[in-house]
Design a protein around this ligand. Structure first.
Ligand code: GLP
Length: 255
């Protein structure tokens, strides 16, 4: 794992977008794993800005999203599918047929999960997976006690996650769907490269636990310590509790 510490969220978003663009330029048919959440909004904004400026071509790119709320369809503005359409897919020349978001309205969720995994395999696997970090330490929606060998499946959301994500649901945690479909921890570990973006003081403690703490199913992000090609971009506020920060600043520099 390499942790890059940058001064603020703006710089973190720029650096993350730059890495995605570098990978796209190297592989025009990039298979990109997408994340949602507030942290990623700025990353997609910056990606779109540069795509327009540099006429970047996403026509051969495929995407796989980490997760979706069970029960929300793509037309529901609170769904992650809608988020992706709004913030990214509709703003670049990606073919919608190449975009994959787990279908939270599938009648057979286990079959949808298996089909999602099969589609990832058929695409040749994910080249670069973007990740945010949830307050419970989740990646995707892999809440505490998610097996570190888990695959795509239905997961019950932790109370803290429903509180954190209540904004889209009128501020009422009880209105947040109780479950989601999420890529599993092992599914994420199989991606060729991971880029996790973490910003803000409120993420400082969980970032330290995720990156420097003992590996535990209680914090699924600790599994990233097993990933052979994982970068974390954190702003100063999020990096505030990293005991190795001085070393990371000296050892890891963004190009
Ligand atoms: C959400 C999503 C994650 C996301 C994380 C962080 O619940 N399931 O994929 O990365 O939590 O969200 P935010 O960036 O809003 O803090």
């Amino acid at each position: 794992m390499k942790i890059f510490i940058v001064s603020n969220a703006d710089q973190a978003e720029r650096a993350a977008a730059k890495l995605v663009i570098d990978r796209l330029k190297a592989k025009p048919d990039l298979v990109l794993g997408c994340a949602t959440g507030r942290t990623m909004e700025g990353v997609y904004d910056e990606l779109v800005r540069r795509a327009q400026l540099e006429a970047l071509d996403f026509s051969r790119v495929s995407t796989f999203n980490l997760d979706e709320y069970v029960g929300l369809d793509s037309g529901d503005e609170r769904s992650y599918h809608h988020y992706m359409n709004e913030k990214f897919f509709s703003r670049v020349n990606i073919a919608l047929s190449n975009t994959h978001v787990p279908d939270g309205t599938a009648t057979d969720l286990a079959a949808e999960a298996a089909s999602f995994e099969a589609r990832i395999r058929a695409a040749g696997g994910i080249d670069l997976q973007l990740l945010g970090l949830g307050s419970t330490g989740h990646i995707g929606f892999n809440e505490p006690l998610s097996s570190l060998r888990s695959r795509t499946r239905q997961v019950t959301l932790a109370p803290l996650t429903r509180e954190q994500n209540a904004g889209m649901f009128g501020g009422d945690a009880d209105k947040v769907p109780p479950t989601s479909l999420t890529m599993g921890v092992e599914t994420i570990l199989e991606t060729r490269e991971v880029l996790m973006v973490v910003t803000g003081e409120h993420k400082a403690e969980i970032l330290a636990r995720a990156t420097e703490g003992p590996v535990s199913a209680m914090v699924s992000a600790t599994a990233l310590q097993f990933h052979p090609n994982c970068r974390v971009i954190a702003d100063e506020a999020a990096a505030a509790q990293l005991t190795g920060a001085e070393y990371y600043r000296a050892a890891f520099r963004l190009d």
